[in-house]
Design a protein around this ligand. Structure first.
Ligand code: ZN
Length: 150
């Protein structure tokens, strides 16, 4: 495994729409393992592939001592609204208040290409939505209603 550099806001790589993964091979697993090491080192809740310069629909989430690897994630359903404080490993200088759905259902593939679905609420849902936005070139800064300086 190897830690990778995190791309910062202002880099055009963070603004691209990522491509779906269709090959579940050693290269993908290496990317996932490297992303995990990078996330653990940075002590974040989630990391998306474009944040390490790879334009693939891949993201990882670590929440409540559980670890999720999501390939080609899709939002199936969302319900409600809530506003909360959000930050990003690619945005160093500020956090922000962002409105997002309160509950979500998502579907994704794991590193072997097997399909899973998941229901999430509150901040747990927020972390997935934040990471999934990265796959479409969207940053929380685009959506925030209030900027919070660190
Ligand atoms: Zn982020």
């Amino acid at each position: 495994m190897a830690k990778r550099n995190i791309v910062k806001m202002g880099d055009p790589l963070l603004r691209k729409k990522c491509k779906e993964v269709d090959t579940f091979d050693q290269k993908l697993w290496q990317l996932l393992d490297d992303m995990k090491e990078t996330l653990d080192f940075a002590q974040g809740l989630g990391l998306a592939a474009p944040q390490v310069g790879m334009l693939k629909r891949v993201c990882i989430v670590e929440y409540d001592d559980k670890y999720y690897e999501l390939i080609n994630p899709v939002l199936l359903k969302s319900k409600g609204k809530c506003v909360d404080n959000e930050g990003c490993l690619s945005v160093e200088d500020f956090r922000g208040l962002v409105e997002r759905p309160k509950e979500i259902d998502i579907e994704y593939l794991d590193r072997y290409g097997d399909k899973f679905s998941l229901h999430a609420e509150g901040y747990f849902a927020r972390v997935f939505l934040h990471e999934m936005d990265h796959l479409d070139g969207i940053l929380f800064a685009d959506k925030m209603t209030k900027k919070i300086m660190d």
